[in-house]
Every structure is written in C-alpha cells, then in structure tokens.
Design a protein around this ligand. Structure first.
Ligand SMILES: [Zn+2]
Ligand SMILES: [Zn+2]
Ligand SMILES: [Zn+2]
Length: 156
C-alpha cells in the first residue's frame, strides 16, 4: 500500500498538487476499498470514519482533481448515478455491468473486445489509446422485478 500511495503522490506532484493530509486520507480509503465503486456520498461516509474534518465539498473537489489526473475513474450513467473507482495500475483492465436498481457494479474483462478494438483500428485507421465500456441493466437479484424479466425457469 505505501507503494501505491507513493505512485499517486508522484502523479499529484507532477501536476503541482500537494498530497495534503486530507487527500492522503481520501486516497487511503480508496486504496483500502479498491475493489469497490463509491458514490461521492458513500465515499464521504467512509472517509468520515478516519477524518471527520473532511467535508463533502472537499470530497467532490478532490474527486474532480483525481479524475482529471487519471487517479480515479468515474462511472456515470446520468446526473443521479455517478460512481468512482480508484485506477489501480497493477490491476487488469476491466469493464462494468451496472445494475440500475440496486447500484451493484460487476466487473468483467474482455478478450473479445480487445480483438474488436484491433478490428476498429484497422477499419478506420484509428489509433486507440483507451476504452471504457459500461452495460446498464438489472442484476440477478433485481431482474425479476424488471420489465420483461417475468419468465422464471426454475432450473437453478
Ligand atoms: Zn441489482
Ligand atoms: Zn471497476
Ligand atoms: Zn477492454
């Protein structure tokens, strides 16, 4: 974990931002929960546990900076649904399945998509540097209530 923190500190300082104790605490919470995806409110609650001096406005401002610097990635569906995740440089590239009912976020990685990306590059003479893919819908626990999810085939 100190290694990761140093990495983020370096990115901040390269962009003339200091790793203030508040930023350190926010990043600490993100590192400790790096498999999670946070809304700003949830992150705020979590940060409150280790530093109650940090206000929600500070969380928002820093998330904005972190997104800009590529430390945090924002998953956005509409203005009501914004989740943030730490960009973990050691982790495998992945994509998201987002449940619109319970906000659950599932991750998947994608051999076939990387192939698709190469095809696009060829077809459009385009050089891709990155891509993000999100699928919106209903998770296993929520889909029975969703329109069209009426058929249950009891073969579980
Ligand atoms: Zn769900
Ligand atoms: Zn993720
Ligand atoms: Zn991909």
């Amino acid at each position: 974990m100190p290694g990761l923190m140093n990495k983020y500190e370096r990115i901040l300082s390269e962009n003339n931002y200091k790793l203030t104790s508040q930023r350190r605490d926010v990043i600490k919470v993100l590192i400790e929960n790096r498999e999670k995806h946070f809304s700003a409110d949830r992150l705020y609650q979590e940060v409150q546990n280790i530093n109650s001096d940090i206000g929600l406005a500070t969380i928002y401002r820093n998330l904005e900076i972190f997104c800009e610097l590529g430390i945090v990635h924002m998953l956005e569906f509409d203005s009501k649904f914004k989740h943030y995740e730490l960009v973990d440089f050691e982790e495998e590239h992945h994509h998201h399945l987002i449940c619109l009912n319970c906000d659950k976020i599932l991750e998947f990685s994608d051999e076939d998509l990387e192939e698709f990306e190469r095809r696009l590059e060829k077809e459009y003479s385009f050089t891709t540097v990155d891509h993000h893919l999100k699928f919106y819908g209903y998770c296993d626990e929520c889909k029975t209530d969703s329109p069209g999810g009426d058929e249950k085939n009891g073969s579980k």
